[in-house]
Design a protein around this ligand. Structure first.
Ligand code: ADP
Ligand code: 5SP
Length: 498
């Protein structure tokens, strides 16, 4: 039997899957690393932590592998998008990575609109200037840390940096380049025009490669550190949402995925770059050759739940924490939560909005607050679904992946709030599975990702909407939507005190 490894460099942890030729997950490792949020709106990680924890996870996995290491034929990667890793002339990291959920760059977004123009930016990149994307972060370092910026010779995204460290080969892969805001997504090349208008040296942009492209093998040093064979072939991989989409089988028109990780994403396949959402949702190159996808993003989905658990029950695991939420009725007895704890992206491009609980009274217990958090996150994701539906997409069935798909009550809640069928797969590790599928296709086990999906993607359970809950949520959803508009000014004023 042969094997491949899929590595997902997430925000909370690096997840590693060892998968055989039948698509069975043989071993699974997860190694976490810290997130540094030293000021409101700031979010950073140390790239060294990503590398150390990946090596730890791989060596642990190999120690418990009872086959021949040479039979692990290939590795590929999925990774959190948009994070800025700056390298000096010796390709050493210059500062902590500034992550996708860091929103310090509002001024730089205005700078981009002033120099490039919103229409032109949308035309080239198909996306708005959002604080989370990479280009505003590059400009922030230039504006605020000029000494560091002067030393920068290349920028990379998180999983591309990890791959560089494992192989010594430096590239950026297309699906992730699409999230930088420096990339012409229909021409699949760096935008000379945007670089020139913002006076960014094009040499800062790394060479580009396709997701299934083989970059070489792992380095001897990494082979020694992990126990992997030095002949292990390495394939480029993709952005975590592109890989999540592969792992969920979103490989053709009409399919929709929901991913609840640190962020929350509603994603649908696009055949070309022609669909026009006027920037209301993101639009990126897929890891499927010449495919695209569009998606709405809730900035703090799983992160809101994590935050609430860490503040009020740090000693409990998620299963204990979520144990009695099904004893609370749909709607949490009139308690609403908005998950804007680090600002929002879809449908409100607003780095200053902050979260809230509305409707608290003496009847509410801890379990009502927990259920309200889950409902608020899910309502937020429904706002992305509404955008797609208004733009003519039919969404009757959704494949749910990510950490949020581990809880059956939450999956039922998704079916009830979206009023759609929710499909749970055997492995909720969509992005790592997608990365493993890229390696499987790269190794020649299958002709293409579609063929691989037929073997690798296995359905576990389907959740159907419960009509009584659907009706209840239909009444509450407009109230939820109203909270943004009624708290917007308050949130902005409160920023002065953070
Ligand atoms: N048992 C569980 N039930 C529900 N949600 C969970 C559970 N375990 C983890 N989560 C949620 O999943 C999130 C992590 O998901 P994951 O897909 O691993 O994220 P990332 O890719 O961002 O690292 C956590 O933030 C948490 O909110
Ligand atoms: O910013 C985005 C997508 O635009 C996020 O989806 C990141 O890619 C992080 O993903 P998770 O760690 O939540 O999986």
């Amino acid at each position: 039997m042969k094997y491949v490894i899929g590595i997902d460099l997430g925000t909370s942890a690096v997840k590693i899957l060892l998968v055989n030729q039948r698509g069975d997950v043989i071993q699974e490792r997860s190694k976490s690393y810290p997130l540094f949020q030293e000021r409101s709106g700031y979010s950073e990680q140390n790239p060294k932590d990503w590398l150390d924890q990946t090596i730890l996870g791989l060596s642990d996995l190999i120690r418990h592998f009872d086959g021949e290491v040479e039979d692990i034929e290939g590795i590929s990667f999925s990774g959190q998008m948009h994070g800025l890793v700056l390298l000096d002339k010796n390709y050493q990291v210059l500062r902590n990575a500034i992550l996708w959920n860091d929103t310090r760059t509002t001024k730089e977004c205005q700078q981009i609109y002033a120099k490039v123009g919103k229409e032109r930016l949308l035309k080239i990149t198909k996306n708005l200037a959002l604080e989370g994307f990479t280009l505003p972060k590059i400009l922030w370092v230039e504006n605020n840390e000029p000494d560091i910026f002067q030393k920068a010779t290349k920028f990379l995204l998180p999983k591309d940096y990890l791959r560089y460290q494992l192989t010594g080969k430096l590239h950026m892969e297309y699906s992730d380049a699409a999230g930088t805001l420096l990339f012409n997504i229909s021409e699949k090349k760096w935008s000379k025009e945007i670089c020139e208008l913002l006076e960014i040296d094009m040499d800062l942009c790394p060479p580009l490669i396709e997701s299934c492209h083989e970059v070489g093998t792992i380095s001897l040093e990494i082979a020694q550190k992990t126990g992997l064979s030095p002949s292990t072939r390495v394939f480029a991989g993709g952005a975590d949402n592109a890989c999540g989409a592969i792992g969920a089988g979103i490989l053709e028109n009409g399919k929709t995925m929901l991913s609840i990780g640190t962020s929350g994403v509603v994603l649908t396949y696009e055949e070309n770059a022609e669909q026009d959402f006027q920037g209301k949702v993101h639009y990126f190159n897929h890891s499927v050759p010449d495919g695209f996808y569009s998606m709405g993003v809730t900035l703090s989905a799983g992160h809101s739940l994590d935050w609430f658990k860490n503040v009020f029950a740090p000693e409990e695991d998620f299963n204990e924490f979520l144990e009695d939420i099904d004893t609370v009725p749909a709607g949490s007895n009139g308690l609403l939560f908005t998950p804007y704890i680090s600002g929002e992206r879809t449908p409100h491009v607003d780095a200053n909005i902050r979260g809230s609980f509305i409707g608290m009274d003496h009847s509410h217990r801890r379990k009502h607050f927990i259920r309200a958090v889950l409902e608020g996150i899910t309502f937020s994701l429904k706002e992305s679904i509404e955008i797609f539906r208004k733009n003519g997409k039919e969404i009757n069935s959704i494949i749910s992946i990510g950490g949020g798909a581990r809880n059956p009550i939450w999956l039922q809640m998704q079916a009830d709030i979206f009023n759609t069928k929710i499909i749970k797969l055997k492995s909720e590790q969509g992005p790592a599975m997608g990365a493993a599928m890229i390696a499987a296709v790269g190794c020649g086990w299958f002709d293409n990702l579609q063929e691989c999906a037929q073997t690798f993607i296995q359905v576990d359970k389907v959740y159907y909407p419960i009509q009584e809950h659907v009706e209840q949520y239909k009444k509450i959803f407009p109230l939820y939507k109203n909270v943004y508009f009624t708290t917007k000014t308050l949130s902005k004023e409160l920023m002065k005190f953070k």
